[in-house]
Ligand binder design. Structure first.
Ligand SMILES: [Zn+2]
Length: 102
């Protein structure tokens, strides 16, 4: 199932609504060295988008929520930037340190 639902910035999202394809716009705050801090849609965490946050493509994972997003930075044309999160269908798995015992 793929969603085309769009949530505006500041609009709360129920975690059950974070199905693949859902797009959520969120506010950002400037961070040092052209980075941007973007509010996560799933919880009260922040994603610090690295590099040139405005030009680069971003793949963001929320570890506690197990949620993966593509993030596009949008020029708000008022000196600030927004971030549009698109929910990815994958459920990421974290690699673990290999056990020394077999
Ligand atoms: Zn989260």
């Amino acid at each position: 199932m793929t969603s085309t639902t769009f949530y505006s910035a500041g609009y709360p999202v129920d975690p059950n609504q974070l199905v693949p394809g859902t797009r959520i716009r969120r506010y950002t705050d400037p961070a040092p060295r052209s980075q941007l801090d973007a509010e996560m849609p799933c919880c009260d965490r922040t994603a610090r988008l690295p590099g040139d946050a405005v030009q680069d493509q971003h793949l963001v994972m929320c570890t506690p929520c197990g949620q993966l997003y593509e993030v596009e930075v949008i020029d708000e044309l008022d000196g600030g930037y927004g971030a549009v999160f698109t929910v990815r269908p994958e459920h990421p798995v974290l690699a673990r340190r290999r056990s020394t015992r077999r």
